[in-house]
Write a protein that binds this ligand. Sequence first.
Ligand code: TMP
Length: 392
Amino acid sequence: MLNKFLDLGKQPIANGFLYKDQIKDEYFFNLGVAFDEDTKLITQTEYVDPPLMFNDEYVYRGSMSQTMREHFKELSGVLWKNDSPMPKILEIGSNDGVFLKHWPTDSTVAVEPCGNFAKETQDMGYTTYAEFWTTKLAEEIKLTNGERDIIFAANCICHIPDLYETFKAVDILLKPNGVFIFEDPSLAEVINNNSYDQIYDEHPHVFSVIALDNLLNRNGLEIVKVKNLSVHGGSNRIYAMKKGVGSIHKSVEQNKSYERVLGLDKMETFIRFAEKVEQSKDDLVRLLRKCKYEGKKVISYGASSKSTTIFNYCGIGPELLSYITDTTPEKQGKLSPGVHIPVIAPEQGFNETVHFAYLGAWNFIKEIKNKEKDFVDGGGKFITHVPTIRVV
Ligand code: TMP
């Protein structure tokens, strides 16, 4: 049974950056968040139809940050050592090939529903299926390319509404002793950081290890290891295998018991979380209004999908934030979804005229602070809502 605990209001497609003449056709949905008493999954009350989000105009590039480029390079080094046989890998949601590029083209297969990115990895030499991940596709790949030693997905499984279909498809294509490795934002970190902006159309679920174990178990799989990661504001890398095949690492029970201490298996925890979210909204709007009143120029740094949730939930538009800077060419020159703040290249607007920059990409704070030393040395300040509204 679904128990709704949070209403983030009317929201647009989080990565739906648009031109002025597209505003009249902009799509909105109601973003409600619920706790499933049965599986303990945190999930949305209404799912957006995937092709509305993942299509040939998709703009999010995994390779845009140094942190993520290094993250995938390091992981590839862990998954394959020079003296072992090359594993047959398949990546679900390969985006612009930021992980894939560390693997050989002849034995690696990619699945990517966004046609623009599927074409990029195809051009890099990888067999790429420009489709959504389904049991039908898994059967087809099994016949054409063979079963896989590793099925990998980064920031992708939590994007898929139907987890039963997803895990069944993994079970079809995984070798009997193969490993399904996936990483997504961690619910424990969302609660600890009050990072409610991890919830947007593309993230229909936020995963706890407890909920994933319940769901994988119902689909012939089980978690054999969990690794906590710092990326994307705190994520978990889950290693799962077919039931009964692998030995279970102590990290699985450690993570589950930590989550029980946090109360991630209880509705009360999420009611308290919803109260903190509302407080965060009030505090952010109050701070931005104060800056405006004092004649300060405030912009946003990083047109992240997460900030779409914040700006639309809090009702923050161009009257409070002059513009957003972002390094992604596909976002520049457009307006942000829903509240229509102009997005420009950092070279055009991240300069000494800016007093405060709201960290839309707060999860890259280390990388950004290193990169923007001149801004900070010149008296510029960043604003973040994580874990509470503050100037840093
Ligand atoms: P994400 O949090 O959804 O990964 O989005 C982060 C956005 O921030 C992405 O569009 C790239 C952008 N970005 C910058 O503009 N400058 C930066 O230094 C970093 C790290 C990210």
